[in-house]
Design a protein around this ligand. Structure first.
Ligand code: NAD
Length: 501
């Protein structure tokens, strides 16, 4: 295993001692055993981190973009070279299998650093010029926003930190980052890695704590923008606090996304998509396609193929390369997900096709302490209806709901019948129909014949209650800059009405 670093307050380029005595614990979800104890940051600590970021801003924002990019590229290469260590930390903290964290979590974070480094170095921050008359024109310039707060969720801790840092820092902002209190292990390791890569002191800072720490940051007058990833209910509070100070925001929130299998789809391919959309990361992915719409006539074949593939879900020792299913992240979240499964069985009365309540069978020979972890059985409900609570609310666990439909018009209407709009997707061989359906689905992130891939090149952000703004892709940088318009007049005299009596 690895030496577990104790996450700390970090500003002025180094770890700092918190002025608080209040602490919280990081827990290993696979065993429920504590990993380390973290000291909460106080308002005084947070003020100091913001002040550090404010001192660093003038120099960092005026550093030429290619020089900023060089440092971010160096950080990306350090991240990649330390994948085994960083992925192990993420596995310990989140309970996700090492086969996932080593393949996705570190790499997709490094990808974003590289993407935005290259984007700004190759004039990603350039503005536009608009001729008005032969002797006058307007040009625009983009400027970073200032000191920004980045608030993370617990499902992709390092990736979320890096997606925010990559675009935010490349654009010339300085950041104060607060990881989720549930998964803080990566935070000061990342800050130290940035410092090693050459990031000047104060450009990336870390504070520790839960909702109170986040709320203090979101309302702080020294913060220009809040980039938030988390639940809709929290996002509303954060956006309201930021709105009171007229701060910029991006909100990456929850979803209850529709995966639509069209009548001509390859059943095996659609089932593979549905498996990824519900059981990858034990269902703790914001873009999960948890409402799986299947044509009535395909239901039997779809469920038979699904049940065959459920056997390929392999819980176990998270460091075993064969393991592809971990526990839920925390005791609180475990109770929430189990509560939804119970509700699905007892109140919604959906048909339980697979899984349900009770202990998940772990393979023979796993360490005894794994039996105390926050495991839940991968669960499939069928014969679901749109009004069931398990169909309407984000569960954020390995719980799939299968719904049947008869016509394309009907499935589009039902897929859109939600206040959320994070992701959606279709499976079909008919690409004309695929594009027509995708065009009608009310979601910011959509897929055709695949599910879940979210490369740095792809802007991602929710519609409706699932979010405001986007991360990644070319549009991702726009969320971290403001524009200045300048009108230049070269006529040699000012057009004035004050030249004559
Ligand atoms: P959460 O809302 O409970 O917490 C998110 C962050 O907000 C944490 O750092 C938390 O400490 C902080 N926080 C809590 N109360 C706060 C307050 N009043 N003011 C400021 N900050 C506060 O979310 P979570 O349970 O950590 O994450 C799971 C949720 O995140 C799911 O709903 C999931 O869909 C969503 N998510 C969305 C995306 C996306 O890109 N759209 C990505 C990952 C996760």
């Amino acid at each position: 295993m690895v030496d577990i670093p104790t996450p700390s307050l970090f500003y002025d380029g180094k770890p700092q001692t918190s002025s608080s005595t209040q602490t919280f614990q990081s827990i290993d979800p696979s065993t429920a055993l504590p990993l380390t104890t973290i000291t909460t940051s106080t308002p005084t600590d947070i003020d100091a981190a913001i002040a550090s970021a404010a001192r660093a801003f003038p120099t960092w924002s005026s550093t030429p973009a290619p020089s900023r990019a060089r440092i971010l590229l160096h950080a990306a290469s350090l991240l990649r070279s330390r994948t085994p260590f960083l992925a192990t930390l993420e596995t310990l903290d989140t309970g996700k299998a090492y086969s996932e964290t080593s393949a996705i979590d570190v790499a997709t974070g490094a990808d974003a650093l590289e993407y935005f480094a290259h984007l700004v170095a190759s004039s990603g921050l350039s503005g536009e010029a608009t001729p008005l008359r032969p002797d006058a024109w307007v040009y625009t310039a983009k400027a970073p926003l200032g000191v920004c707060a980045a608030l993370g969720a617990w499902n992709y801790p390092l990736q979320i930190a890096l997606w925010k840092a990559a675009a935010g820092l490349a654009a010339g902002n300085t950041l104060v980052y607060k990881p989720s209190e549930v998964t803080p292990l990566h935070s000061s390791v990342l800050a130290a890695l940035f410092a090693e890569a050459g990031l000047p002191p104060g450009v990336f800072n870390v504070v520790q704590g839960g909702g109170e720490t986040g709320a203090y940051l979101a309302a702080h007058p020294g913060i220009a923008k809040v980039s938030f990833t988390g639940q809709v209910a929290t996002g509303r509070k954060v956006a309201a606090a930021a709105g009171a100070g007229l701060k910029y925001v991006t909100m990456e929130l929850g979803g209850k996304s529709a995966l639509v299998v069209l009548a001509d789809a390859e059943v095996e391919q659609a089932v593979d998509g549905a498996m990824m959309a519900n059981f990858y990361s034990s269902g703790q992915v914001c873009t999960n396609g948890t409402r799986v719409f299947v044509p009535r006539r395909m239901k039997e074949a779809f469920e038979a193929a699904l049940l065959r593939k459920m056997r390929f879900i392999r819980p176990g020792d998270l460091m075993d390369p064969a393991t592809n299913f971990g526990p839920l992240v925390s005791r609180v979240h475990h109770e929430k997900v189990v509560g939804y499964i119970r509700h699905g069985i007892e109140v919604d009365r959906a048909t339980l096709l697979h899984g349900g309540l009770g202990k998940l069978d772990l393979p023979d020979g796993v360490a005894e302490e794994l039996k105390s972890g926050f495991w839940v059985r991968p669960t499939v409900f069928t014969d679901c209806t749109d009004d069931m609570r398990i169909v309407k609310e984000e569960i954020f666990g390995p719980v799939m709901s299968i719904l049947t439909y008869d016509t394309v018009e009907e499935v589009v209407r039902r897929a859109n019948d939600t206040t959320l709009g994070l992701a959606a997707g279709v499976f079909t061989k008919d690409l004309n129909l695929a594009h027509k359906v995708i065009a009608q689905l009310e979601a910011g992130i959509t897929w055709i014949n695949t599910w879940g891939e979210s490369p740095a090149e792809m802007s991602v952000g929710g519609w409706k209650m699932s979010g405001v703004g986007v991360e990644n892709g070319r549009r991702g940088i726009e969320a971290w800059v403001r524009n200045k318009s300048t009108l230049v007049d070269m006529a040699g005299e000012v057009a004035t009405v004050f030249s004559k009596l």
